[in-house]
Design a protein around this ligand. Sequence first.
Ligand SMILES: [Zn+2]
Length: 142
Amino acid sequence: MKCAICGKNMPQDGVMVIDCGTKIEICPKCTSIVEEASRMIKTETMVSKPAHDYLESDELKEALCEECPWNKYHEGYFNYASGAVDPPWHECPADFDFRSDKCAMRDRFFEIVELLAEADQIAGMRKGNKIKGGDTDGSIEL
Ligand SMILES: [Zn+2]
């Protein structure tokens, strides 16, 4: 048996099957390259309008950011001398963008995107809205 990518003979125990429309068999070395590449592919997921609104909602943002280990809370304080008030604020390395690689909740966000896309599918909803930046559309499954 030969690897579908590099054409080299494959070790019996190291055959990987990937499904990208048709099933192909590749060697472990090519598998790691494909894995690496699939991580870099940024796709977009189509969801319905209600799903899109849910994903963009402040409520979801609050729920995810509240659990985030990287979200730093800074206490507000009142400056008696100047009378200025610094309201409490949150610091986030990703600037509250779930699509950012710096977001600790990124994986969970895109898990939710996938679930909603699936829900749209089951409900037969029209998917007219794009959620950009996901890389978990499942088109390459190892
Ligand atoms: Zn190969």
